[in-house]
Design a protein around this ligand. Structure first.
Ligand SMILES: Cc1cc2nc3c(=O)[nH]c(=O)nc-3n(C[C@H](O)[C@H](O)[C@H](O)COP(=O)(O)OP(=O)(O)OC[C@H]3O[C@@H](n4cnc5c(N)ncnc54)[C@H](O)[C@@H]3O)c2cc1C
Length: 393
């Protein structure tokens, strides 16, 4: 007996909201996703889904579809402009059965998850912004005046979540880290990008420039990090700043950037701890709940884990409040530990001294590690496993 959840309204159809809709349908629960962007917006660039995210997708039978549209990351390496390799790491432990990180175009990941969710019966309302949130009723009002109601409301509406601000009006908001991650894509980069299995980070005179080839399109994905100042830059301002930073540093960066049809950037934030995750009938997941700095490379994987774990909890518990309590028990320690780990690698400022010290520390660590075994990404973060049939109650 109870108040079992039959239908969930989800504000935000990025990665967390879409993964949740897919997992809810897999559990036999109804889902309606409201997403302000149109389905075919095409924004986004390279996204890395680490083995823990792939494990979560395997739990709901969605990993093969992602494998078919992505490529594996075997290793990352750092090279100087003259081609000297100054560091490398394996994408994951080769002896682990978790597999390798997968790399793909962000809109491809969101489309694959959405297609599967729709196939399993989820409803999507694209191109509609949520303008009012009721965390008690629970329901949302869209910009066309229509309303969507559910037994529970899930805020998967990203870093600047409206749902979070209603659940925890006095709670912390994501902190700006002072950096801006810039992503780009060049269909025809006019030079030879690194092969798809290698993410190569070129050590430029002022900044790093990381690139790899998309094995599906043959184009070049890349990203770098800039100082964030004031308002977000326009695309022209971004291009001008990149040209100034990378011009003449002897790497492939200026050629690739100059030939990129897509350049976009996000202000980096961190939200390490949110005391209140839910009301009786509303909860937040993904970047709305925890924001890890981009260096953690866990944004997408944690969003997928959240979606799948919340669906299991809603499937297994008689009331939303019990399901949310189970979700928090399963997730709080992990998400806070992952964000904390990511924070240790952030350059809160690009100060020359901080950069220099970091460089020395990293080089010393690498030299020691190379004597033994190559460094590997992952460890406890990648080793997370979701047992879909097992009960969470
Ligand atoms: C368009 C886009 C492109 C991205 N590209 C990359 C990339 O190339 N590489 C990378 O590493 N990360 C990228 N990210 C970030 C990455 O997806 C997230 O950091 C991580 O996956 C967590 O996902 P999320 O679903 O919690 O949040 P998000 O991915 O931020 O998704 C939140 C969603 O909620 C929607 N939304 C917010 N407010 C409302 C509202 N009021 N009404 C309706 N909808 C709303 C947004 O449009 C968005 O689609 C991108 C995010 C977006 C939105």
């Amino acid at each position: 007996m109870g108040d079992r959840v039959e239908h969930v309204v989800i504000s935000g159809g990025g990665i967390a909201g879409t993964a949740l809709a897919l997992a809810l349908r897999t559990a036999g629960i109804g889902a309606t996703v409201v997403e302000s962007r149109p389905a075919d917006h095409g924004e986004g660039a390279i996204v890395r889904l680490n083995p823990n995210g792939m494990d979560a997708l395997r739990a709901v039978g969605a990993h093969q579809a992602v494998i078919a549209r992505s490529f594996p990351l075997v290793r990352s390496e750092r090279v100087r402009a003259d081609g000297t390799r100054v560091g490398y790491a394996l994408g994951a432990d080769p002896s682990s059965d978790r597999g390798l990180p997968r790399v793909m175009h962000w809109p491809v990941l969101s489309a694959v998850l959405r297609e599967l969710a729709v196939e399993r019966g989820a409803q999507f309302r694209h191109g509609h912004r949520v303008v009012f949130v009721d965390v008690t009723a629970p329901s949302v009002v869209l910009d066309d005046g229509s309303a969507v109601e559910g037994d529970v409301l899930v805020g998967a509406d990203g870093t600047h979540s409206t749902v979070r601000s209603r659940i925890a009006p006095d709670g912390p908001v994501p902190e700006r880290l002072g950096t801006r991650t810039v992503y780009g894509y060049a269909a025809e980069p006019a030079c030879e990008p690194p092969p798809p299995e290698v993410l190569r980070s070129y050590v430029g005179a002022k900044r790093f420039f990381a690139a790899t080839r998309d094995s599906h399109s043959g184009g070049c994905f890349w990203f770098t990090s800039l100082r964030a100042r004031g308002r977000p830059p326009t695309t022209d301002e971004l291009r001008a700043e990149l040209a100034e930073l990378f011009g003449g540093d002897g790497t492939i960066a200026p050629i690739v950037i100059g030939n990129s049809e897509r350049v976009l950037s996000f202000d980096d934030h961190a939200l390490p701890h949110l005391p209140r995750w839910c009301t009786e009938r509303a909860i937040v997941i993904g970047d709305a709940l925890h924001v890890a700095p981009p260096a953690s490379e866990q944004g997408a994987a944690m969003a997928v884990e959240d979606g799948v774990q919340l669906a299991r909890c809603l499937r297994d518990h008689a009331t939303p409040a019990q399901a949310f309590a189970a979700f928090e028990r399963l997730r709080r320690d992990r998400v806070e530990a992952v964000v904390a780990l990511g924070m240790t690698g952030t350059s809160r400022a690009h100060s020359p001294l901080a950069r220099h010290l970091r460089g020395l520390r990293t080089q010393a660590k690498r030299l020691v590690q190379w004597q033994r075994t190559p460094p590997m990404g992952g460890g406890w973060v990648y080793d997370h496993h979701i047992d879909w049939p097992a009960t969470t109650s």
